[in-house]
Design a protein around this ligand. Structure first.
Ligand code: PMT
Length: 408
């Protein structure tokens, strides 16, 4: 059976209520982890009659949560922490009883309390006898939940554990996972793969010294996180930074321009959009010394050679992605940026000033975007905010370019 992918780094709570379909939850948890998700399981007391917490603990790799009033469990990871932890909560199977309690907003066990306390997307996979599913009370409860933005997944129709045939079977684990993937991938970059470079590179002079710059990686990491939030699958190639890889982004750490170039070449073929936010060293020492250099002469000349221009190489590919460069400038911002746009044949360039608390190693940035027949300002703000606007504009230009290419 092919494995479903696309939940890399996502945090999913699987809520299990009492029903015979609880046996499928074991496979659901296993497949979610195969798809890259981190999984925590919350069981109602009735669920524990159908499947053991030990099975789910082994499959999820985490302790199973059941008890709202257990001080030990609350101390380890309380219901509010669990509620905050999740990107999505999937109640599967959801019995008629749990659906009714969710619809009423009850908080009489850990699962319902958690569902009330979370801001994560809530998915409910009903599983019950066909007559219970068709009952007006269940119909009203489901409508109420849907009106509040809860996604109902299924049920499927078919043979039921009670011997009857009809609607009420829990969807198969892969169908549930695909629904989660589709939901979490909504946005203007859904179905896109985006490659982002970030941070500085380090070019060795000797074993203890290097040429580098003040890039912190914040702008590139923010762009990667914003692309992910816009529904893309994101690969981040990062030079040395102190930042954690954004959750859900696939991260490749590199040190030198040559390593960054190699990592980009390996990834770029599968990407529709390339964003070069890294401050790549333009030159590296022609030869890194094997031993620490001694200070003898009053002056030292270091022969330097050009590094590969990663951005220009990508922009020159036959089947290139939508290619976005950055330009960090200390003078004539527009003239330099437009020159880079044209010389490197880019689809877009994001120009930023250096200094005054902007650009390199700052929390804030302001960008001026240029493309062949357009220009747009993104005013000064925190880099996360700037990145969201940047990604929205990239998505717009990317789709406009794809549409015009397809109509030719
Ligand atoms: O990392 P932060 O502290 O958050 O700072 C963000 C930033 C200021 C580094 C970022 O916003 C930025 O402007 N990045 C590009 C900086 C830069 O070095 O620009 P450049 O003008 O030297 O290069 C132009 C473009 O070519 C850039 O997209 C760069 O990634 C790319 N390039 C440059 C040289 C090279 N050898 N290969 C490249 O791909």
């Amino acid at each position: 059976m092919p494995s479903v992918t696309g939940l890399g780094g996502r945090r999913i709570i699987v809520g299990i209520s009492g029903g015979i379909a609880a046996y499928k939850s074991a496979e659901l948890v296993r497949r979610l982890r195969q798809a890259g998700a981190e999984v925590r399981v919350v069981m109602t007391p009735a669920a524990r009659e159908f499947i053991t917490p030990l099975t789910l603990q082994a499959l999820s790799g985490n302790p199973v949560h059941s008890d709202l009033l257990d001080p030990n469990a609350e101390a380890a990871m309380g219901h509010i922490e669990l509620a905050r932890w999740a990107d999505a909560v999937l109640v599967a199977p959801a019995s008629a009883n749990v659906i009714a309690r969710l619809a009423q907003g009850l908080a009489d066990d850990l699962l319902t309390t958690l569902c009330l306390a979370t801001e994560a997307s809530l998915f409910v996979a009903p599983a019950m006898n066909r007559v219970m599913w068709a009952h007006p009370a269940t119909r009203v409860n489901c409508q109420l939940l849907q009106q509040r933005g809860v996604s109902l997944l299924g049920p499927a129709a078919g043979e039921q554990a009670c011997g009857e045939t009809g609607a009420g079977r829990m969807l198969e684990p892969d169908d549930l996972i695909q629904a989660l993937v589709d939901h979490l991938r909504q946005g203007p970059l859904a179905a896109c793969r985006v490659l982002v470079t970030a941070g500085p590179t380090r070019e060795a002079i000797d074993p203890v010294r290097y040429i580098s710059n003040h890039s912190s990686g914040k702008m590139g990491y923010a762009a990667a996180a914003a692309a992910l939030a816009a529904g893309a699958e994101v690969v981040l190639v990062s030079g040395p930074t102190a930042l954690d890889c954004p959750r859900g982004v696939s991260c490749r750490r590199v040190e030198t321009a040559a390593e960054m170039s190699q990592a980009v070449q390996e990834q770029v073929g599968a990407c529709q959009i390339f964003i070069a936010a890294a401050a790549v060293a333009d030159y590296r020492p022609r030869r890194a010394q094997d031993e620490k250099m001694k200070k003898r002469a009053a002056e030292l000349n270091l022969p330097l050679e050009r590094t590969e221009d990663i951005l220009a190489t990508v922009a020159g590919m036959a089947n290139r992605p939508f290619t976005v460069g950055f330009a960090a400038e200390t003078s004539a911002l527009e003239a330099h940026a437009v020159d880079k746009l044209q010389r490197k044949h880019l689809d877009m360039i994001a120009a930023n000033w250096v200094g005054e608390g902007l650009g390199f190693n700052a929390d804030d940035n302001a960008l001026t975007l240029f493309w062949v027949d357009g220009k747009q300002e993104i005013p000064r703000a925190d880099k996360a905010v700037v990145a969201r606007e940047l990604i929205a504009i990239i998505a717009e230009r990317y789709h406009a370019k794809s549409t015009s290419q397809n109509s030719r």
